[in-house]
Design a protein around this ligand. Structure first.
Ligand code: NAD
Ligand code: UD1
Length: 338
């Protein structure tokens, strides 16, 4: 079965392509390369033996999408393409709404024209805002605290309305918690451009000597050790969540919403300690002020995905940091320009 993967050369998309190939699906990537490199295609080939078809196009280019959907007999779309840096979204809200919201509307319009009615959308735990309690179930109230989060929430709302009006469509919203780790081969991983916003790529770059120390944002949260607690999930588990959604939800009409998390919370200090063990070296850090907009604790109740999709995260914290270190230490500058 042919699956169009928007944003398929990015971090989560590339790992998902590998799992799609392993499960017998044929991924066709559409990506404009604004935050990824074509070099990832060679790595996918190295690991899986196949190179996915790659179409360099923007998801806001409807004609290119209709052509890709029709020419490749696409049956389902996994939509990863989007911008994801919270701080940048505050500076450039219009770009975020255009790319993430408008991009999704154009994609759905193209799917409608091409007669493709199955969509899996990359949403985020950010749609839960500052949750009243943990663990978080899918029926918790949603809210947004920044333009990035609002773009995800807006897309969820647009897709909900669209599915109501088009009851034969199958739309799945996957709310990711905190994706970390890399393919166990060390050939693929996260390759952030510029200074990483997220904790784990930052820690990895300190470990490899690209940066001096980790700034720990706040040590006075009401958590086990005062630092923020999150549900870190191995990117391979996350990738498998998409395969489970393709296989278990299938073409079943409806709006399907799932948390993809482990159900465990780890603090910033625990993550640094785990990485030190994996890299066999100390990772210097300094406590600094809280980052505006951060919440104390966030972790998933993943039981709905387990019951309905037969999916659960299986990688341990050690696997997440070991795989992340393998990638970072063998590719200290990411994919470079090969
Ligand atoms: P990424 O930046 O590595 O991948 C996104 C890909 O989309 C990139 O290859 C980029 O070039 C491409 N892209 C962006 N805008 C495009 C456009 N208009 N047209 C075509 N291609 C475009 O990010 P990722 O971490 O792999 O995230 C994938 C998705 O998951 C995003 O939608 C993101 O918001 C969502 N998500 C990510 C996280 C996370 O922590 N990584 C958490 C929750 C949700
Ligand atoms: C962030 C985004 C969220 C997005 C998610 C995945 C914010 C406010 N939230 O979530 O919208 O969906 O990434 O892309 O940006 N930390 C440090 N030092 C650092 C970096 C992070 O101490 O240099 C701490 C944070 O305070 C937090 C934890 O590490 O407690 C995880 O941070 P991060 O990786 O940025 O993810 P989130 O904040 O959960």
């Amino acid at each position: 079965m042919n699956v169009l993967v928007t944003g398929g050369s990015g971090y989560i998309g590339s790992h998902t392509c590998i799992q799609l190939l392993a499960a017998g699906f044929n991924p066709i990537i559409v990506d404009n390369l604004c935050n990824s490199k074509k070099a990832v295609l060679k790595r996918i080939k190295q690991v899986s033996g196949s190179t996915p078809t790659f179409i360099q196009a923007d998801v806001r280019d409807k004609a290119a999408l209709v052509a890709a959907l029709s020419e490749h007999n696409i049956e389902a779309v996994i939509h990863f393409a989007g911008l994801k840096a919270v701080g940048e979204s505050v500076e450039k809200p219009l770009e975020y709404y255009d790319n993430n919201v408008n991009g999704t509307l154009v994609l759905v319009d193209a799917m409608r024209e091409a007669g493709v009615k199955r969509l899996i959308f990359s949403s985020s735990a950010t749609v839960y805002g500052d949750p009243a309690s943990v663990p978080i179930t899918e029926d918790f109230p949603t809210s947004a605290t920044n333009p990035y989060g609002r773009s995800k929430l807006m897309v969820e709302e647009c897709l909900t309305d669209f599915q109501k009006a088009n009851s034969d469509w199958s739309i799945t919203l996957l709310r990711y918690f905190n994706p970390v780790g890399s393919h166990p081969s060390g050939e693929l991983g996260e390759d952030p451009q510029g200074i990483p916003n997220n904790l784990m790529p930052f820690v990895a770059q300190v470990a490899v000597g690209r940066r001096e120390f980790v700034s720990v944002f706040g040590n006075d949260y009401p958590t086990k050790d005062g630092t923020g607690v999150r549900d870190y999930i191995h990117v391979m588990d996350l990738a498998d969540g998409h395969i489970a959604a393709l296989q278990k939800v299938g073409p079943k009409p409806g709006l399907h919403i799932y948390n993809l998390g482990t159900g465990n919370g780890h603090s910033v200090l625990e993550m640094i300690a785990a990485f030190e063990k994996a890299a066999h070296r100390p990772i210097p850090f300094k406590f600094v002020d809280r980052r505006p907009g951060d919440i104390a604790e966030c972790w998933a109740d993943p039981s709905k995905a387990q019951t309905e999709l037969g999916w659960r995260a299986s990688h341990t914290l050690d696997a997440m940091v070991n795989d992340s270190w393998r990638w970072q230490s063998t590719n200290p500058q990411g994919y470079s320009d090969q």
